[in-house]
Design a protein around this ligand. Structure first.
Ligand code: GYE
Length: 342
């Protein structure tokens, strides 16, 4: 063996030792990391990011309150942001939660489409996402662990069923009737509750030829816009309108003001059915100005954080958690009002 080959062998052996030691080191680091993350985290150590849509309605205010107060109750570090109805703000918030390395991300998507890229980023970062309240229309359902909230199509059906079953009894006795003319105030364009409440209602109404939807427009789920659009409906249709179907109570409450200012009696001249069952709707029913509200519960905080706790402890949760809800006609309003918590 000459000097040159001897040096080469030495070099090879040394390299092998270094590679072996490096691999051992990596193994050690890897094992350490694994055993740490396997341990269930203490709840007080976890961080949750929640991207809320905004504050468009009494429903939304109660929903935010439910999330924030439940986090406090459980001493969970919650990063909460309000997107002011803008999808781009929600995407920014979710990206910042990913950058901060939160344990779980929760969000209520303002519209159904356009979430694929940011949800994939969360998945790649290994952060589970919980959809609350509204759904997204992505095909890849592995992008979120669960969707909790109401069945909005069913809510639309319930509003329609109440109307077809009760219109005869609640209408003004002297109302001439060729067919019953309905105007509709839709929620936020492109949102799951607006799309689903639109189609659920039609599923029922379309089977009853005596009912016709003569006008439909978005009132953006707000009281102010509901009033403004109802004013426009009244301007063009006047006393022709028999029924108002509003996708939420806030728009119905705005419309009630418009109807009164127009000189008609809400709940009598125009039969009104809406969705959410917030306190304001019960107050309007007690005054005889609203005829029926279909319940949609915003109190998702406890079930959201139950799911968060299960996830960080490695337990599995169902892919869909549906909220149980009721329908409240005017007759029960006085009795039920004191028990309403939102
Ligand atoms: O009905 C409406 C709110 O997504 C279910 O959003 C929610 C809807 C609710 O602004 O009042």
């Amino acid at each position: 063996m000459n000097k040159l080959t001897g040096g080469c062998v030495m070099y090879k052996v040394l390299t092998k030792i270094i590679v072996f030691l490096a691999a051992l080191g990596l193994l050690f680091v890897g094992c350490k990391g694994k055993s740490d993350s396997d341990k269930p985290k203490d709840i007080s150590e976890i961080t949750v990011g929640f991207s809320q849509i905004g504050a468009e309605s009494a429903w939304r205010t109660a929903n935010s309150e439910s999330i924030v107060s439940e986090a406090k109750k459980r001493s969970i570090d919650l990063k909460f942001s309000d997107a002011q109805q803008k999808q781009e703000n929600q995407i920014k918030a979710i990206r910042s939660y990913i950058a901060q390395g939160v344990d779980v991300i929760g969000f209520s998507p303002v519209v159904e489409s356009g979430w694929g890229p940011v949800l994939r980023e969360a998945k790649e970062a290994g952060i589970p996402v919980i959809l609350t309240d509204r759904a997204v229309d992505e095909k890849d359902t592995s992008l979120w662990v669960t969707f909790m909230g109401s069945d909005f199509v069913e809510e639309g059906r319930r509003a329609g069923n109440w109307l077809v079953e009760n219109y005869e009894n609640v209408k003004r006795a002297d109302k001439p009737m060729k067919y019953i003319k309905i105007v509709e105030l839709q929620g936020t364009v492109g949102s799951a509750p607006a799309n689903d409440r639109f189609s659920g209602f039609r599923e029922v109404i379309d089977k009853h030829a005596e009912f016709k939807i003569i006008k439909t427009q978005t009132g953006e789920f707000t009281r102010a816009k509901g009033k403004e659009v109802m004013e426009a409906f009244l301007k063009s249709e006047g006393k022709n309108i028999d029924v108002l179907y509003a996708h939420n109570d806030d728009m119905a409450l705005g419309a009630i003001q418009a109807i009164e200012q127009f000189g008609l009696k809400p709940g009598v001249d125009i039969i009104i059915v809406s969705i959410d069952a917030v306190r304001g709707a019960f107050e309007a029913m007690v005054e005889g100005k609203l005829n029926c509200t279909v319940e949609c519960s915003p109190l998702l905080g406890p079930q959201f954080f139950d799911a968060v706790e299960k996830l960080v402890n490695g337990e599995s949760i169902p892919a869909r958690i549906v909220t149980e809800e009721d329908v409240f006609p005017q007759e029960v309003a006085e009795e039920v009002l004191p028990t309403r918590t939102y």
